[in-house]
Every structure is written in C-alpha cells, then in structure tokens.
Ligand binder design. Structure first.
Ligand SMILES: Cc1cc2nc3c(=O)[nH]c(=O)nc-3n(C[C@H](O)[C@H](O)[C@H](O)COP(=O)(O)OP(=O)(O)OC[C@H]3O[C@@H](n4cnc5c(N)ncnc54)[C@H](O)[C@@H]3O)c2cc1C
Length: 490
C-alpha cells in the first residue's frame, strides 16, 4: 500500500501533521509513502512567489534526503498528473493539508474529483492554523468579522491548541525515492529563476526551513524585544521579515506561537516591555489567522467586495482611461511623485517585499486617491511579492479600500506626506529607495518642492506628483457620500 502526501504550502520537514501521520502509518503497516509537489504552471500565485518556490523545492528535497526521505517534483496539468501518479503507483490514499484561496481551492476540488474517479481515499488535514476554522465562531455560531473579538476568543482558547507532530527521524525511511525525471526542479520554475529580475530579488532572501528557523531565532533575540516601538518605521529592520517563510510553510505559525507562550511563561512578569512586544507580535501573527479564517468562511471575498455596497464602487483598470492607466503604471514603477509611495513600490520591485505601513499607504493612494480597483492593486502585489498570499493580500487590500471586514473607515485616506513625517521623519527610507532625492535636505525628501520644476525634473530626474492629494481626497469622500445615500456613483 502506498500513501501520497501532497504538499502545497507546507514546505518543511517538522511540525507537519499530514507527513507525520502518513509516515507513522507506513511504519505500522510496513507500507510506503510518496511525498510530492505538483507544479502546474497554469495555477500559480505570481512571479516572485514562483521564484521563491523554485529555490524552496530543491531545498526541501535536500532536507528530506538528509533525513532518509525524498520529494517528487511533478510538472504539468495538476489533475492529469495526479491521476497518472495514482494509477502508476497504485496509490490508495492521499493526505493533504488544506489551504484557503487561489489556486489552492481549485486544486483541492480537482484532487477530490480525481480521488473519486480513481477510488482513492482522501484525507484533508486542517492543521495549518492555530485552531480549525469551523471552531472559530462567535456565540451565535457565526464567523467573526471583527478582528478584536476574534483575537480575544483565540487567546481564551490557547489551552485547546493541538501540539504539532514531527515525523520521527527513522520514519523517513518509508519514503520512496523520486524516480529519474521527477527528481529535478520543474522546467518552468527553472525559467522563472533564470530571469535577472527574480535573481535580483532572491539575493535579498535565505529560502527554506533551516534559514527560516535561523531568522526566527535572530528576530526573537534582537528584533522582538523592540518590535512594538520599531515595527512602524520602514527604515529600521524592526519586523521579522518572516512573511514568505510563513506563506510557504517553512515555519508553522503555531510552532512560533508555542515558542512565544513558552518564553512568556519563563519570563513571568519580569520583563514587561519584552512581554508587551511579544504580545503585539502575537497579535500581528493572529491577523494572519483572521485573514485565513475569513477566506475559509467567505471564499468569494477574494474576488468581490466583502461589503456588497462596495461592489462596483471602484472601477477595474480595463474600463478606465489612458490617464488612469498612466497613474497605475506610475504606481507600479514607483514614479507617482510621492516619495514614500515610490520608495515602497521600488523596494517591492527590487526585493519582492514591502514594509507593512508602506503597503497600506501605497494601497490607499491607488484605491482612494487614484480611484482604481483594489483587485488591480492586489494583482500587482500578487505578482511581485515573495510573500504573496491569497488570504493576507485580500485582507490587506479590502481593509485599505474600506470594503472588507473590519475595514479602515471610508473617510480615512492615508496622507503619504504625514505618514512619512511620522514614520520616516529623516527621509532615510526614501533616500534608500529613491536615491535621486537623497541629496535633498531631509524635510524636502518627504515632499520635494513642487514650485521648482527644474530642480525636480531636470536636476533630480524625479516626477512631480501625479495626483493632487487634497482634491482627490475630496472626490473620494464625495463618492462615498453618494454611496452612503445609495445615489448612483458618478
Ligand atoms: C495592501 C496589503 C497587502 C498585503 N499583502 C500581503 C501578502 O500578500 N502576504 C502577506 O503575508 N502579508 C500581506 N500583507 C500584510 C503585511 O503587510 C505583511 O504580512 C508584513 O508586512 C510582512 O512582514 P513581516 O513578516 O516582517 O511582518 P511582522 O510584522 O514580523 O509580522 C509577523 C507575521 O504576522 C503576519 N502579519 C503581520 N501583519 C499582518 C496583516 N496586516 N495581515 C495579515 N497578516 C499579517 C505575517 O504573516 C507576518 O509575517 C499585506 C498588507 C497590506 C496592507
């Protein structure tokens, strides 16, 4: 008998309930396990995310081989390849770990129908969160739509957290080695990796489980104690930078939660500042749980406004004028003429990551000032972020656009100049990513003088602001007033 463990975004060897169960079963039954990743080029998240994947898969294969196991790498149409594998290797059961959002939902449905056709037992593991989604509801048995009660409820139930199994080292011997042809990085990932842009992005990252644990260790010791004070300042490395490692499942977020709870227990009340910082970080990690639970309960929110009245409020790019297209292009390229936003968009292009505060400010400009649909912004992020994640990206964009659960109020537009005064007062972040402004005095870096076009365009080669922030804010507020009164939207 052979069990297939199909991996999606649980690319690790430890804390892996599906893998541990399959291997433990194999030991009991003297059966075999195939661990496989299916790469379907038609079902990817985006380019930067795929580049990370291209490095992560051989890395995991190596990690599994060092433990006596292996990883099969299979490329092509998912349903066809899965059926072939099941038939060729007489697979009787398939274990996988549920993941919310695109492309996972579609692939999971395809796996269900292949298993039905081939009469293969299918066991989904709903183990990637702190608690199973179906148990995350309020007293009226409705899903939480507001973060604070969601987090409070989670916190009150920490004693229900299931410990995470790690496969026993000797169990990896029950893995079948990958045959020739299925032991190499898929060709289309090879192609993505060969592009200069993705190569450049990956220079900024250490990919894989071992590197992720090292990064967590360093953050726990050096960054975490100051997290609550530093996390909002993009020029400082004040956050963990673990979002891609969490997205790819190199680390299980519950394992990090256990580490935090353990550390809090050890410290008691001795280090209140450190405890406060840990608490803030834990609550950020819980936003990820919230985002995933929202997508589980409301899968349509990945493509539709969560609040129906916002449906149709923002126009899609394809319906817009040339001027709007130019605004969108300028935003993607970090050429809006708003230094903080341009710094963020260039950080994104060069590293595949952007600081959370700048993500909010950049998304606010595109949706509320430029009046372009959040889905168009989310699509650019999905293509260029290494941590691009259907749950977190949707939550972030709908929150900023005002159409999501527990969303930012409609009247709140981030003022990018005020935001840089508060969070990048010396313009260090701006100077790092928009070097043409580095020679200006700090204050002018945040808002270069617009009454000296020669200085801006000729001497510095930096564009004037594409958008009048005050007028576009007024227009947004006017549109929202109409929405509130249910008048047709101009
Ligand atoms: C418009 C927009 C789009 C976003 N798109 C993504 C995305 O595609 N993928 C993604 O992982 N995050 C996304 N975020 C959330 C957040 O910006 C990143 O998780 C964070 O910047 C990652 O950096 P870090 O790992 O250093 O975070 P830390 O501050 O160290 O936080 C630790 C972890 O908590 C989780 N987390 C933190 N903040 C949030 C949040 N607001 N929502 C959900 N989870 C959070 C992440 O997994 C993060 O790695 C988006 C935010 C916005 C405003």
């Amino acid at each position: 008998m052979t069990t297939l463990v199909w991996l999606q975004r649980e690319l690790r060897t430890q804390h892996h309930p599906a893998l541990a169960s399959a291997l433990a079963r194999a030991r009991r039954n003297r059966s075999k396990v195939i661990v496989a990743y299916f790469h379907d080029p038609a079902q990817i998240i985006g380019s930067a995310n795929s580049a990370w994947l291209a490095q992560a898969l051989p890395q995991l294969q190596q990690d599994l081989r060092e433990r006596g196991g292996d990883l099969w790498l299979i490329e092509g149409d998912f349903a066809t390849q899965l059926q072939n594998l099941i038939e060729q290797h007489a697979i009787q059961e398939l274990f996988y770990t549920y993941q919310p959002g695109s492309p996972f939902d579609a692939m999971q449905r395809q796996a269900e129908s292949v298993c039905r056709r081939t009469r293969t037992a299918l066991t989904p593991f709903e183990t990637e969160n702190w608690l199973p989604y179906a148990r995350l509801h309020n007293q009226s048995h409705k899903p939480y739509k507001v973060y604070t009660p969601f987090f409070k409820s989670l916190q009150s139930r920490f004693d229900e957290l299931e410990p995470l199994d790690s496969p026993a080292p000797e169990d990896f011997a029950f893995c079948l080695p990958a045959p020739k042809g299925l032991d190499q990085r898929p060709g289309s990932l090879e192609t993505i990796l060969a592009q200069p842009w993705t190569q450049n992005i990956l220079r900024h990252w250490q990919v894989g489980e071992t590197a992720a644990w090292r990064q967590w260790q360093a953050f726990q010791e050096q960054g975490l104690p100051h997290y609550s004070d530093q996390r909002d300042f993009p020029a400082i490395h004040g956050t963990s930078g673990l979002s891609a490692a969490l997205h790819f499942g190199h680390l299980h977020s519950r394992a990090l939660l256990f580490a935090l709870l353990e550390s809090q227990k050890r410290q008691g009340t001795n280090k209140p500042q450190q405890n406060a910082s840990q608490q803030v970080w834990m609550s950020q990690l819980a936003w990820r749980e919230f985002a995933r639970s929202i997508l589980w309960h409301f899968p349509e929110s990945e493509h539709q406004a969560f609040q129906p009245k916002f449906e149709g409020f923002y126009p899609r790019l394809e319906t817009l004028s040339d001027a709007d297209h130019k605004n969108y292009q300028a935003w993607c390229q970090g050429q809006t003429g708003v230094p903080l936003i341009d710094a963020g968009m260039r950080q994104l292009w060069q590293t595949g990551w952007m600081h959370n505060r700048v993500r909010m400010v950049a998304a606010s400009w595109l949706t509320k000032n430029a009046h372009i649909h959040w889905l168009d912004g989310a699509a650019w992020f999905a293509d260029t972020l290494v941590d691009a994640d259907p749950a977190n990206n949707t939550m972030g964009w709908q929150w900023v656009a005002g159409s999501g659960v527990d969303a930012s109020p409609y009247y709140r537009l981030f003022n990018p100049i005020r935001q840089s005064e508060r969070f990048d007062p010396q313009g260090d972040y701006i100077a790092r990513w928009v070097p043409e402004l580095a020679s200006l005095p700090s204050k002018q870096r945040l808002a270069p003088p617009t009454d000296q076009p020669d200085l801006l365009q000729t001497a510095l080669d930096y564009p004037p602001p594409r958008m009048d922030l005050v007028a576009s804010r007024q227009q947004h507020l006017h549109r929202v007033e109409q929405l509130k009164q249910k008048k047709p939207i101009a």
